[in-house]
Design a protein around this ligand. Structure first.
Ligand SMILES: Nc1ncnc(NCCc2cnc(NC(=O)Nc3cccc(C(F)(F)F)c3)s2)c1Br
Length: 273
């Protein structure tokens, strides 16, 4: 969808359709730009809530970063506009919706599907890291599915989208690597850790360090208390990859280009993404 960024959009440029998702800062609607008839997703954010949470600078950063990213596995942010009370994000529409709903529906993914998703995520992250963009918030809630079943990383505002719609009501620690949980210096390798967490959750249906209390999740992460359940049965190759990603020393995590050469990915990922 080529939305000519230079023009000023207003709400009257769009026909608004059904709600696609609900969030803390506002909801997302299917929408059609009247002149071009292009279908988009319109995320509506209330200025009052953005001000209250002091996240305006993060929104500007998200819009700035996303406007330079062009990758098949990254959801496009075409532009934004605002009125008296709201800010609107004009987003690429992902026809097959939110990945976390699909994961809840089928409990866990077959290895070929999981490997295909992880490979396309790795390619998107190689692209982002090449542009010195660290995503820092790779988790099922931030992943959408395009019309051909391809995965799209959607950037829900740099983990300020703390209102998690899944089991944990507050921002989930599950995906954070030790250095972030211990609020130390962190670099692009935080995304490699999150990819390991995601790969585990795709295959087992639960994140690896899940625990009832935050403090227990925190302890399990910093200790890298990684256990593989006996059910569902998962290949040794998949466990090997996960074990090479969930490494406490961030410099020892498997680099993304090496991930794409890992036997489990080579044997299971569908190259078409
Ligand atoms: N089927 C679908 N097809 C397309 N999109 C869908 N949902 C929207 C996905 C998003 C992409 N990007 C987003 N960005 C933000 O939400 N940003 C955001 C939000 C609050 C605060 C802030 C900040 F101010 F704190 F930064 C930044 S939401 C769906 Br369902």
């Amino acid at each position: 969808v080529k939305m000519k960024e230079e023009r000023r959009w207003t709400l009257s440029d769009f026909d608004i359709g059904k709600p696609l998702g609900r969030g803390k800062f506002g909801n997302v609607y299917l929408a059609r730009e009247k002149k071009s008839k292009h279908i988009v997703a319109l995320k509506v954010l209330f200025k009052s809530q953005l001000k209250q949470s002091q996240v305006e600078h993060q929104l500007r950063r998200e819009v700035e970063i996303q406007s330079h990213l062009r990758h098949a596995n990254i959801l496009r942010l075409y532009g934004y506009f605002y009125d008296q009370t709201r800010v609107y994000l004009i987003l690429e529409y992902a026809a097959k919706g939110e990945l976390y709903k699909e994961l809840q529906r089928c409990k866990y993914f077959p290895e070929k599907r999981a490997a295909t998703f992880i490979a396309s995520l790795a390619q998107a992250l190689i692209y982002c890291h090449g542009k010195h963009v660290i995503h820092r918030d790779i988790k099922p809630e931030n992943l959408l599915v395009g019309a051909q079943g391809e995965l799209k990383i959607a950037d829900f505002g740099w983990s300020v989208h703390t209102f998690d719609r899944r089991r944990t009501m507050c921002g989930t620690l599950d995906y954070l690597p030790p250095e972030m949980v211990e609020s130390k210096e962190h670099d692009a390798s935080v995304d490699i850790w999150s990819l390991g967490v995601l790969c585990y959750e795709f295959l087992y249906g639960v994140p690896p360090f899940e625990a009832k209390e935050h403090s227990d999740t925190y302890r399990r992460i910093v200790r890298v208390d990684l256990k593989f359940p006996s059910k569902p049965v998962v290949s040794a190759a998949a466990k090997d990859l996960i074990s090479q990603l969930l490494v406490k020393d961030s410099s020892q995590r498997l680099p993304l280009h090496k991930l794409l050469e890992h036997p489990w990915i080579v044997q299971n990922a569908d190259p078409s993404g």
